[in-house]
Write a protein that binds this ligand. Structure first.
Ligand code: SF4
Length: 185
């Protein structure tokens, strides 16, 4: 069977979902019999070298760079999978969407993060280096931005869950995950 080509990225995520992928332990060797990795933090490849069969997305979109990368993945991957709660629902970063007391919620969020007495920042400066990607008005989930083919819930999904999903995808099957693999209460 021809190996599937996989790309992965972390948008507004914590890399926990990538760590969970590595939790498949020695099965990583079995996985490498089935797939080869293209653009991914796992191999530090920062650009697509060719079209991929599967793209795994960790994290939602909180800045313009996240949106750009997500769109690039949609353009370059046949199947796009949102992995984990941040990609599916926004995760912890989406808590800032609840800040809406003022006319300028983003400003209120930045003031809270950088300009309160709890923060050692005597000049009350908010980082504004041109190299920093611009923040979006709020955090968006992956499905808010592009079409997503499958979603794998969990924070993070277990290594077993990701393993089962990938095994189905490389066989061109839809992942049919048992309830125990996606139940977290
Ligand atoms: Fe990290 Fe959980 Fe978000 Fe995955 S879903 S990126 S583990 S916070």
């Amino acid at each position: 069977m021809k190996k599937k080509r996989i790309a992965t990225t972390s948008l507004a995520g914590c890399f926990g979902c990538h760590m969970s992928l590595l939790d498949i332990d020695e099965r990583i060797f079995d996985l490498l019999e089935l797939v080869e990795f293209d653009r991914s933090p796992l191999n530090d490849l920062k650009k697509f070298t060719r079209r991929c069969d599967i793209g795994l997305i960790e994290g939602g979109c909180c800045n313009e760079e996240n949106v750009h990368v997500l769109r690039e993945f949609r353009q370059n991957c046949d199947i796009l999978v949102a992995v984990g709660q941040c990609a599916m629902m926004g995760g912890l970063p989406v808590m800032r969407n609840a800040i809406m007391h003022s006319d300028d919620p983003l400003r209120e969020c930045l003031d809270e993060a950088f300009c309160t007495p709890k923060v050692l920042n005597p000049e009350n400066q908010i980082p504004n280096d041109p190299a920093l990607p611009l923040l979006l008005d709020k955090v968006y989930t992956c499905v808010d931005v592009v079409k997503i083919d499958y979603q794998i819930p969990g924070c993070p999904p277990s290594g077993e869950t990701i393993w089962r999903a990938l095994n189905a995808l490389v066989k061109n099957e839809a992942p049919a995950l048992e309830y125990d693999l996606i139940k977290y209460d």
